[in-house]
Structures are given as structure tokens and as C-alpha cells.
Design a protein around this ligand. Structure first.
Ligand code: ZN
Length: 169
């Protein structure tokens, strides 16, 4: 497949996900959530994580928000890869996605880890759009830090995550 074919395939994946919005719709069962905005583009997202209380594994994420096709597609592809991941696996994927996004095309994404999110790799060449692609992943990371604090699961991960909102019951 030529690089042009690949680029148009990736563009189609991004368009499809921005329309289908997997995981869209907040749910009452979330253990933690995070609200993030990207003022340079006007993207906004509130993303929730759902965790199996016995294993501590992530069962799903759900989200609501509005923004450009890249931010929306990025939330949708993220939704597709989180099912039944331990917090460590989750942070590994977020870290890998961030490394790819910051690499200006130098780091090839691992499809095993990122699924359809590999379609966003071209975004890494456009500095202004990297925040659009990262927004849901930053929200997920932040919510995961809240979730792991809440559940008492010890996780070693670099990252942000001091402002995640714990959901009161
Ligand atoms: Zn955007």
C-alpha cells in the first residue's frame, strides 16, 4: 500500500470514528472522571472510567464533549482499546500514544497497543493538532489517577493527574 493510500485510509478511519463516537454518553457507574479543555481549538471533553471493583481492571470508558474531528475520533478510538486493561496496561498505552504524538512521525505506533488510534499518527506532524488528539488520553490518564487513588491500587506511572474529580456517591 502506498503512503498516499495509507494516509487516505487513516483519514477515513478518523472520519468514521468522529461520526460514530464510540463510548459517547456519560454513565452513572463511573468510578472517576476528568474534564479537560483545549482552548487553542475549542475542544472539550468529560471522560469517565469504569472499573471492575474486584480486579481493579478498567472495564470501559465513557465520555461526552465537543470539538474537532480529531479530538472526537481520538476519544472514540480510545474507547475501543480500554476494555479489561489493568491500570498499568492502561498507562502504558497512554504513554505510548503520547510518545508517538510527540515524535513528529519518528516513532511508529504499535497497533497491538493502540488499535485504530494508529490512524492518528499523521497528526504528530502538526504541532497545533497534537493537543486535539491528546485531549481524551490526558482526560483518561487524569481519571485513572483518581480511580487508582480511590481504589487503593498502587500504580507507578509518570503523568499529570492531580486534578481528577472523584465521583461522590
Ligand atoms: Zn481540536
Amino acid at each position: 500500500m502506498s503512503s498516499e493510500d495509507l494516509a487516505s485510509l487513516y483519514q477515513q478511519v478518523i472520519l468514521d470514528h468522529s461520526r460514530e463516537r464510540h463510548g459517547f454518553g456519560l454513565q452513572p457507574t463511573a468510578i472517576a472522571q476528568s474534564h479537560q479543555i483545549n482552548p487553542t481549538c475549542g475542544d472539550e471533553i468529560r471522560l469517565q472510567v469504569h472499573v471492575d471493583p474486584s480486579s481493579g481492571d478498567v472495564t470501559s470508558v465513557s465520555w461526552e464533549g465537543q470539538g474537532c474531528a480529531i479530538s472526537t475520533a481520538s476519544a472514540s478510538v480510545l474507547t475501543d482499546i480500554v476494555e479489561n486493561l489493568s491500570p498499568e496496561e492502561m498507562f502504558t498505552r497512554i504513554d505510548h500514544f503520547r510518545a508517538v504524538m510527540r515524535s513528529k512521525g519518528a516513532i511508529a505506533p504499535d497497533e497491538q497497543l493502540l488499535g485504530d488510534a494508529v490512524a492518528l499518527q499523521g497528526v504528530s506532524r502538526y504541532v497545533a493538532r497534537i493537543k486535539c488528539a491528546m485531549l481524551p488520553w490526558v482526560a483518561c490518564e487524569d481519571a485513572m489517577h483518581s480511580a487508582t487513588r480511590q481504589s487503593g491500587i498502587a500504580v507507578n506511572s509518570p503523568g499529570l493527574g492531580v486534578s481528577g474529580e472523584r465521583i461522590q456517591r
